[in-house]
Design a binder for this molecule. Structure first.
Ligand SMILES: C=C(O[C@@H]1C=C(C(=O)O)C=C[C@H]1O)C(=O)O
Length: 376
């Protein structure tokens, strides 16, 4: 019988040899980086890598080993690029500065836009984030809010991006890729939805419940317990309260905040109706100014990838390899490119950190399209 220890001993010797050759190869890659720093040539040379993979596969025997060699060398070359990005950062080769660091966000004499009507949760988030002396106005849609900021009618916009029960607000993710705005802050608030009706209404009268789709989703368990009620989506929660007041129909109810009920003269018919009592919504604060505050510790980016196997893995490896903590990943379809996706990733860090610079350099060089959405 073959001796296990003897085989392992042989493997160990081969592995030592692989380590020695790997380090020898990496040393030469550092020389390549030096050449690239001096000449401005890009780190990634996709054509060279394709040729190498083809040639190396051809040296291996059998389909299994050919695939193995391909995988192995894809990794080796990805590691070589990561080292080169590090060297570029170490040599102070800066990508053009996309965002400028500031000590504080300018908050004096500013105008803020939010979507919805007064009493909406975006309004509450704005009140929480900004000082009392700001000027504010509201618009009908999220797109209107984005445009108000782009056109300079508002300095900041407040937009809901994620709820801990219902998940992401997909429309906001998509709009962030359409408009060249920058996330400069975030605010989490805990919506406490209540069921609101006319003062003369009681629970037995209700036939139809109006609210924003997110609020309906956040109260889905409560609504499922009332299968006799219809639900109808509206643009925002406070607007649904306004509608119930204006229609004056005792069969209508709204899911909104207690404050919206007070604002529109409605009665609380039921409380604690959220499926998750820790329900919280995260809002982002967007600005046209390409800035970030010096102690910002979260970065949001999005990127699109070539439709090839392993591309997402390679992209995320830039974050992992540089020791950064990824806190979120989402994907959204790319309009007009069926079954292709755009990825949104959040990770901890500040744009001044070398690890962040290295990771972003790699992602930018290797993704189809990439943009930093903000450091906040
Ligand atoms: C080392 C180089 O940089 C990158 C890494 C490669 C490798 O490790 O073989 C090949 C091409 C480049 O994408 C190079 O340009 O030769």
């Amino acid at each position: 019988m073959i001796d296990l220890l003897e085989s392992r001993d042989k493997i160990d010797k081969i592995d030592m040899e692989i380590v020695r050759l790997f380090e020898k190869r990496m040393k030469i890659c550092e020389d390549v980086a030096e050449y690239k720093i001096a000449t401005g040539k890009k780190v990634l040379d996709a054509e060279r890598e394709r040729q190498k993979l083809k040639a190396l596969r051809g040296r291996a025997h059998g389909e299994f080993n050919q695939l193995g060699i391909q995988e192995l060398f894809e990794q080796i070359m990805a590691i070589s690029r990561k080292r080169q990005y590090q060297l570029l950062t170490e040599h102070g080769v800066e990508d053009e500065e996309k965002l400028e660091m500031v000590d504080f966000l300018p908050l004096n004499n500013v105008t803020v836009v939010f979507q919805g009507v007064e009493g909406a949760y975006s309004y509450a988030a704005m009140r929480e984030y900004f000082d009392d002396d700001i000027k504010s106005f509201h618009v009908k849609t999220w797109r209107d809010a984005m445009e108000a900021v782009v056109e300079g009618k508002a300095d900041y916009g407040v937009l809901p991006i994620e709820n801990s029960t219902a998940g992401i607000v997909a429309g906001i993710y998509d709009l962030l890729t359409e408009y060249d705005l920058n996330i400069v802050g975030e605010q989490i608030i805990s919506p406490r939805h209540v069921l609101l009706g006319l003062p003369e209404a009681s629970l037995e009268d209700i036939r139809c419940v109006y609210s924003h789709s997110q609020a309906l989703a956040q109260c889905s368990k409560y609504l499922e317990a009332h299968p006799e009620w219809r639900t109808q989506e509206m643009e925002n929660t406070a607007g649904s309260a306004k509608k119930v007041r204006e229609d004056g129909d005792i069969t209508q109810a709204s899911i909104a905040s207690r404050q919206a009920g007070e604002l529109y003269g409605l009665k609380v018919l039921a409380e604690n109706i959220c499926s998750n009592d820790k329900n919280a919504t995260r809002f982002v604060i967007v600005s046209k100014k390409p800035i970030y505050v010096k102690d910002a510790n979260k970065i949001s980016v999005f990127f699109e990838l070539y439709h090839e196997s392993g591309t997402l893995y390679h992209m995320l490896s830039h974050i992992i390899y540089n020791g950064l903590n990824m806190t979120k990943i989402e994907s959204r379809p790319i309009p007009g490119k069926n079954w292709q996706y755009r990825f949104f990733v959040d990770f901890e860090g500040n744009l001044q950190d070398s690890a962040v610079k290295n990771a972003l350099r790699g992602i930018e060089a290797e993704a189809d399209r990439m943009r930093i959405l903000g450091n906040y």
